[in-house]
Ligand binder design. Structure first.
Ligand SMILES: *Cc1c(COP(=O)(O)O)cnc(C)c1O
Length: 332
């Protein structure tokens, strides 16, 4: 195994200092029911309780605080309508930096309103993500800084602070289970945990529908996969064909990756609600889903990252009510 040294523990520790005033140190709960199923203690890292409802604030806050004076004056821009967009808007506002989020006309009004309420300037352009990206490119040419959702050293270092908290809150942790999409979260968490204890096992979980990182790892290089509607919508999207950091870090630092299906994700959300009393979005419930489905074999104390809670409450209500919600059929 070739060791990747892109983002190290020094950068992650520095990030923790920088973002300490902006983020919440989120609590950890032991799950009795999941511990019984797994046969080892299962700890839940309640990161869905983070400000803005996801861990994305860690990376965004670190990236914003590393801007030069000139960059701060010109402001930041992003395209995400989801958790990264919310996080970037919040982080920029917290440090008095202008933030523009570009989105296409197809984005639902509730998402537009949500980002606006966080103080960002929302620019609605065109009818596709590509047209929104063209507007971002124009703003970057004018001097604004684009903060990407995962493949950026400051973002990865920020997400890594979650790994530091986990090893401190659960000193005997053996396995850390991480929701996986673009790989910013797992890259940072793996770098932090393995620097503290090289024997900690890092397990990545993603959904069958559009698992870009797992397909890329199999292919040996970043590849594109078709995007499909899923309950774990925050795990959608590719890893970028010109990926610079997260592909190599995931390849070199992650011990196992597993796929789970829609019914399993729904079961994870249901369990989070009825057994743990937590409202968790699909992407945040994949670790619980993997324990329930006995997807991986735990060998010692496990930490599951509940990565986000931004779920449409009507959809959540249907899922926890036991309805078989298949978004593929609904959007067809
Ligand atoms: C972004 C996100 C992920 C995946 O993070 P990556 O860094 O893209 O792998 C997981 N869960 C939630 C809730 C997210 O918003």
């Amino acid at each position: 195994m070739t060791q990747t040294n892109f983002i190290g523990i020094g950068e992650i520790e520095a990030a923790r200092e920088r973002i300490a005033a902006t983020i919440r140190l989120t609590p950890v709960n032991v799950s009795d029911t999941l511990s019984t199923i797994a046969g080892v203690p299962v700890h839940l890292k309640l990161e869905h309780l983070q400000h803005t409802g996801s861990f994305k604030l860690r990376g965004a806050a670190n990236a914003v605080s590393l801007l030069s004076d000139e960059e701060r004056a010109a402001g930041v821009v992003g395209v995400s309508t989801g958790n990264h967009g919310r996080a970037l808007a919040h982080a920029a506002k917290a440090s008095g930096v202008r933030c523009v989020i570009c989105m296409s006309r197809l984005v639902p009004q509730v998402k537009v309103d949500g980002i606006r309420a966080l103080g960002a300037d929302v620019r609605i352009v065109g009818r596709s993500q590509d047209e929104a990206q063209a507007e971002v490119d124009r703003l970057v040419a004018e001097g604004m800084t684009m903060i990407p959702p995962f493949d950026h050293p400051s973002v990865i270092a920020g997400q890594g602070t979650l790994g530091l908290e986990i090893v401190e809150q659960i000193p005997d942790v053996d396995t850390v289970v991480v929701p996986l999409s673009g790989g910013g979260l797992i890259a940072g968490v793996a770098a932090a945990c393995k620097a503290r204890n090289k024997d900690i096992r890092i397990v990545g979980i993603t959904m069958e529908r559009g698992a870009a990182m797992i397909a890329s790892l199999k292919a040996g290089a970043p590849i594109e996969v078709e995007e499909q509607p899923t309950l774990a919508d925050s795990l959608g999207g590719g890893i970028g064909l010109s990926n610079r950091y997260t592909f190599a870090m995931t390849r070199d630092l992650v011990d196992e990756t597993w796929l789970i299906n829609e019914a399993q994700i729904a079961a994870g959300m249901r369990h989070a609600y009825w057994q743990e009393r937590q409202i968790v979005e699909g992407a945040g419930a994949v670790g619980i889903a993997a324990v329930l489905a006995q997807t991986f074999k735990p060998q010692g104390p496990v930490a599951l990252i509940l990565s986000g809670g931004n779920v449409d409450m009507k959809q959540h209500f249907r899922v926890i009510g036991g309805e078989d919600v298949d978004l593929m059929k609904e959007l067809a």
